[in-house]
Design a protein around this ligand. Sequence first.
Ligand SMILES: [Ca+2]
Ligand SMILES: [Ca+2]
Ligand SMILES: [Ca+2]
Length: 288
Amino acid sequence: MVRFRAFFLCFPCCAVLASAQSINVENFNNPGATGAVILGSSWVNNVTRGPDAITVAGTALDVNGWGASGQSLNATGMAFVTIFAQQDVGNVAPSLVLQFEDAQLRTHTLSVSTALFALGTLTAVQLPLGPLPAGFNLAQITGWTIGGGTNGIVAFRMTLDHLTLSATAAPVARLPHSADTNRDFRLSIAELSRLIQLYATRQDTTRTGAYAVATTATEDGFTQDLARASGAVVTLARYHSADTNNDGTISLVELTRGIELYNYRVGTERTGQYHIEADTEDGFALGP
Ligand SMILES: [Ca+2]
Ligand SMILES: [Ca+2]
Ligand SMILES: [Ca+2]
């Protein structure tokens, strides 16, 4: 581990990404969330707030029990909604419903089947933002709510992590980063070291960064390809999340992106937190 230390210092956090093509509506973080439990709803006292997500359980019903008012969201140009959530054991609610309200109190409601969200595994589901109701003003969204969308009929059991709007339907990662082998949406030093190991793969004396899909169990499902020569073209059955150009090798630029994720800080504490987001080179973005 020590021999990597100087290497880290050579790659300070570099802000490669500056896409304004998406809006984070809600991160459900604690602290940091935009919305809150809607008072008087069945979600009161039934929402557990984790650092990165809320978990709705207990006697919560399929109402829209979380939301924000007094917002001034300008969603002009946005065309897709991505919801990052999971179903939890006992969920009976058939739909996850998102409702926006504009400054003239017009509402726009989107509904997606909860079956699209894996049970117990955070899943990103993307859907078109439109068509919009006549006159709905995307430039002046003042509030939104999320939940099961009814008056309260059946049990709602979901964990909600992230809600974004985006201009394009860029491919969205549906799983944690390949380097995040314990799938906690944080890159640890051990996980980064594994990525560096793949990057450092050599054939004879030449660094190739070549990797292959593992045929025996490994922490990330990949293995160093010690046989492949530098520049040899390969097609893999699947690619490591860090291999953003899908060429079967981890390049310096790709490793640097991994280090950028690893280096994410909250104040002075390095947390390595990241989340799934459209419109980035690897389908992920810094922070919870
Ligand atoms: Ca979150
Ligand atoms: Ca991790
Ligand atoms: Ca690559």
